[in-house]
Design a protein around this ligand. Structure first.
Ligand code: ADP
Ligand code: MG
Length: 319
């Protein structure tokens, strides 16, 4: 099968919102009046972001999920994406699983594949997404205010627990490992919550490299600090009910684990009621874990009023 037949067979579908989709030199898209376009790109490299044994369907899902998570973090509605694929060989079974996983998530979030590039080489998946957000309503990292409540969505730390399970540094019951692994391989982008927080959240980011690291970017951009109450993060792992994680491993997984694809955001305390009702309406739990402070440092407060030293390094490809 040649390059063009491959694209035709696995990736080309009838254009829906695009004026011109796959098949010409460029895709053509008419933006909605009154909206700004939001762009983001994320690349997944074999051996770095995923293991060679990953199920292709899960890889299709995750490649798009990590990109949709960035749109959610700005409160942008997903519209379209470009897919650049480097493949060692044409493996029809693999391509069919990959494209099924990809399109299933794309359809669930209303995001249309409008083009890309395909080449032979080491397995590498690079996606560029485009979303729309009403003019000047994007939720940026720079808007946090001293006195804001600090929230996270969903569950944190399970993807890291799965990684530790794969590495053999922790021995997990099979059911716990499966649950954690699903969180690592099939993250759910928080699109509905991100979009509904427009006009409510003052600042937001998605958690891809670990809570403390990604929150750190928000604090730096906003020139503020934060207090995190460790008592509030006790129940953030999804696997918590099935397995009691030793406290220091739990702290490492939740605070600096990475690969969570949840949202961290700040809101005025006046919005508490609103935040809860939006969370219920989207069916995505949120947890208030602390507050934003004027002095620009991050403090981890223990239950007895002490401070836990912040020795948690977040993920950095070149560190
Ligand atoms: P060009 O050589 O003009 O860059 P290509 O031959 O690379 O175009 O691609 C032909 C068409 O197929 C283009 O519309 C391109 O956007 C699309 N395309 C290529 N690879 C992919 C892919 N992996 N997924 C979706 N569309 C693709
Ligand atoms: Mg090309």
């Amino acid at each position: 099968m040649g390059e063009f037949e491959l694209i035709e067979r696995f990736f080309k579908r009838t254009a829906r919102h695009a004026d011109v989709g796959i098949g010409d030199d460029c895709a053509i898209w008419t933006p909605t009046p009154g909206q700004q376009l939001a762009f983001s790109a994320d690349m997944l490299v074999e051996g770095r972001h995923f293991l060679s044994t990953v199920n292709p369907r899960d890889l299709g899902h995750k490649s798009l999920a990590v990109n949709l998570s960035d749109l959610a973090a700005c409160g942008a509605t997903p519209r379209a994406f470009l897919l650049s694929l480097s493949l060692p060989r044409v493996d029809e079974g693999w391509l069919s699983g990959f494209s099924d996983g990809l399109f299933e998530l794309a359809d669930a979030h209303g995001c249309e594949l409008i083009g890309g590039d395909t080449t032979q080489g080491p397995l590498n998946v690079s996606i560029t997404v485009m979303g729309e957000v009403p003019t000047h309503q994007a939720i940026l990292r720079s808007g946090a205010q001293a006195g804001d409540d600090l929230y996270v969505s969903g569950h944190l730390g399970d993807a890291r627990l799965a990684l530790e399970g794969f590495r053999g540094t922790v021995s997990l019951p099979q059911s716990v490992f499966d649950l954690a692994r699903a969180r690592m391989e099939r993250p759910e982008p928080r699109t509905a919550l991100g979009v509904s927080l427009r006009g409510v959240a003052n600042a937001m980011a998605d958690i891809s490299d670990g809570l403390l690291g990604d929150l750190g970017h928000v604090l730096k951009a906003s020139r503020v600090g934060a207090d995190i109450h460790l008592s509030a993060i006790q129940n953030l792992m999804l696997t918590r009910e099935a397995w009691s994680c030793p406290q220091d491993l739990m702290h490492r997984c939740v605070l600096s684990g990475g690969d969570d694809y949840e949202l961290v955001f700040t809101c005025s305390p006046k919005q508490r009621h609103q935040v809860l009702s939006l969370s219920q309406a989207c069916g995505i739990p949120v947890t208030r874990i602390g507050r934003i402070t004027p002095e620009p440092r991050l403090k981890l407060l223990t239950e007895d009023g002490g401070v836990l030293p912040n020795t948690f390094a977040s993920f950095d490809h070149f560190a």
